[in-house]
Design a protein around this ligand. Structure first.
Ligand SMILES: Cc1ncc(COP(=O)(O)O)c(C=O)c1O
Length: 352
């Protein structure tokens, strides 16, 4: 840290992403919720074509992807905010809706980017514990906050709240409510159709997970045109590059491929949950593309993660209470999960 750093930023190191090995040779990567399959083959062709026009800036509002997303969700194009990943949607919500010193609320455990951005934007970070079944804290809707985030399905737990139930739990919530649906395609339902009843709600979506495009960096928000105008007022000049817009559009248009990808994840998720349970792990019900699981017999989750890493298998251990007793394991393809499960079995035998 230099002596020039803004005092209100503190000495923290910012968001800590999961490990990305320099080469993916030999690694089984189950730590950052990436897709188990490559993106639609149409993406590479679209990106190549878009590259021919890189001399020119992209559309500042993300066209033609924005209009395609509007058709996809049956809303108007000015209800879509296209961004450089879902993370940038979150960042723009802080920029647009949180005065320095105001309160931003989120449950805990959840996505660890929220407290980091609270420091960046000098706002008060307030968290309320989730209930055991993943429901919001009874006071979540009533505590004063200018901005509140709900991740659904949640990370790292994988738990999901059905839209009807979520509406009841958020009843009366003032300020802006962001429903982060980065993992929603793996769950039974979305809150997008509820936006007509809630003019203070923003639904966030990502191409990183269910479209296998984490490397391209495209996310978006769906909301009222007024809230979207607020987000445009704070956006970067040209937030999403031409190749990313073209690639995401191609992925969106390949609906059949997307369905197969989601079906593969759901199938392998069932297999992973069943296998871990059979090995004595405690696995929370998951509607996401990962599971949140506690190793058996008081084995340290940190130790298990380290031993798996020694075998070039990466899973995510979040080293802080209340989640440090569990591992978040991304649903990989059949071969990756075979390797993981064999390794987990060997660990069990080794401590037998
Ligand atoms: C809960 C949640 N929200 C948003 C994001 C951001 O996704 P991206 O910026 O890759 O679109 C992530 C990424 O892991 C996430 O876990």
């Amino acid at each position: 840290m230099s002596r020039f750093r803004r005092v209100s930023l503190g000495s923290g190191s910012g968001y800590v992403p999961g490990e990305q090995p320099a080469s993916d040779d030999e690694w089984v990567k189950l730590n950052t919720n990436e897709a188990p399959l490559p993106p639609s083959p149409r993406v590479a062709a679209a990106v190549r074509d878009a590259a021919a026009a890189l001399r020119l800036y992209p559309d500042p509002f993300g066209e033609p992807l924005r209009s395609a997303l509007a058709r996809h969700h049956s809303v108007e194009p000015d209800q879509i905010f296209v961004a450089n990943g879902g993370d940038q949607v979150i960042d723009c919500c802080y920029r647009a809706f949180a005065e320095p010193g105001s309160t931003v609320l989120h449950p805990v455990p959840t996505y660890t980017l929220f407290p980091v951005l609270a420091r960046v934007f000098s706002v008060r970070d307030l968290s309320m514990p989730l209930q055991r079944d993943g429901a919001l804290h009874a006071g979540f809707a009533s505590v004063p906050a200018v901005l509140r985030f709900v991740v659904n399905p949640n990370s790292p737990t994988g738990q999901w709240i059905a839209p009807d139930r979520l509406e009841r739990q958020l009843d009366g919530a003032a300020g802006v409510v962001v429903i982060d649906e980065a993992y929603c395609d793996f769950a039974p339902d979305s809150c997008v159709s509820r936006l007509t009843s809630h003019d203070n709600w923003i639904v966030l979506r990502s191409f990183s997970k269910s479209h296998a495009l984490a490397g391209l960096r495209v996310g978006y928000a769906v909301a009222s045109r007024e809230l979207v105008a607020d987000l445009h007022a704070v956006q970067d000049s040209y937030p999403v590059d031409r190749c990313a817009l073209a690639g995401a559009l191609a992925a969106l248009q390949d609906a059949g491929y997307h369905q197969r990808l989601v079906a593969t994840v759901r199938e392998q998720r069932t297999r992973l949950v069943d296998a871990l349970c059979a090995l004595g792990w405690d696995v929370l019900p998951s509607e996401a593309n990962f599971v949140f699981a506690r190793p058996p017999e008081d084995r340290s989750a940190k130790d298990v993660a380290r031993k798996l890493r020694d075998q070039r298998i990466l899973v995510r251990h979040l080293d802080a209470p209340p989640v440090d007793g569990r591992l978040r394991i991304t649903v990989g393809d059949a071969v990756s999960l075979d390797r993981l499960l064999r390794a987990v079995q060997r660990l069990g035998v080794a401590t037998g």
